[in-house]
Ligand binder design. Sequence first.
Ligand code: PLP
Length: 394
Amino acid sequence: MSSKTKYRFETQAVRTQSTQTGFREHSTPLYLTSSFTFETAEQGRDIFSGDEDGYLYSRFSNPSCDEFVDKMSVLEGAESGIATATGMAAIFVTFAALLEKGDHLIASKAIFGNSINIIQKILPKWGIEHTLVDIKKQETWEQAVQPNTKMLFYETPANPALDIVDMEQASELCKTHKIIHCVDNCFSTPYLQQPIKFGADLVIHSATKFIDGQGRVMGGAILGKSGLVEKTYEFLRRTGPSLSPFNAWVLSKSLETLAVRMDKHCDNAIQLAKHLENHSEISFVTYPFLDNFYQVDLAKKQMKSGGGIVSFDLSGGASRGSKFLNSLQMSSLTANLGDTRTIATHPASTTHSKITELERLEVGITPGLVRISAGLEHINDIIEDIEEAIHLSK
Ligand SMILES: Cc1ncc(COP(=O)(O)O)c(C=O)c1O
């Protein structure tokens, strides 16, 4: 590791790297190997037993994965971390490693649909209870606390309505009741927001989104307090939802450009949001840094910039939403976000189609809600594409 804590965010993202090999390479090599050799039988024994440090087997130890994790830990201000195959693997490993039969989990209703699926369909099989709470009524979360409550889990900003959780308030709740405070920081990345600074114990990432930022590889990470991370490591080591060294190498390289990419995503997103703000065909636009966003002060306290996602409600409901998507010429219709390419999604007919209309409305998903992940194209091309589609979908 050549990282020094005195460096600033951008420098850490570029300069945190594995130890150079004897070839004196400048760019970190990819360690595409399933296992590592031992010089002697005794060394193998000692590395297995933990008496000697050393790489062993890539399900749980690999230099490419370590570089990615070390960099993510430095950027999030975390004591340690592990890398996982996907964001869902990070969420599942966190729950499975830290919750036990009889434990209770409090989670925000406004989280990614698959996270809800794990909580509602998988955890109950193991006797893990849950309560889903309203993100718009954070002052009521304490009422959900039970003697067996072990963890609080939420996203901020949340997908796709972009409501913000007051992380300091959530920390107080967790400290008072000795609850593990766990934040999915996928929408912000550590460049825009570092939940640990606001008291979170664990930060979870889908690195598939802005961290890769180019729509290429899947990945995830769990970062935070060493004692908790250690338990997730033991679980991952035994069960195997590990990040591939190749993906780790891609993701570590991607982190080198995270700051410049995020600045541009945020710049394009706010320009788009401002353009749509007073549009006659749009009932409302949501973007955390818009002056009239109901939580703008909280967003500005917690985030460096408003992020790359803009949501808006197209007058005309669900059918107008579908027509709008079909009228786009440039923006991509795809199930991802945080790409160089602008992506449009209609949550009611896609990501959130399996929940009821009432459940959708509870998390801010109106029938005409469109989510735009602002890419890195020229802003005028993004605006023109969306304008034209609004016009054609009338
Ligand atoms: C907020 C959030 N968390 C987690 C995930 C899951 O990540 P992955 O697709 O890498 O498993 C997603 C995916 O869309 C997401 O939006």
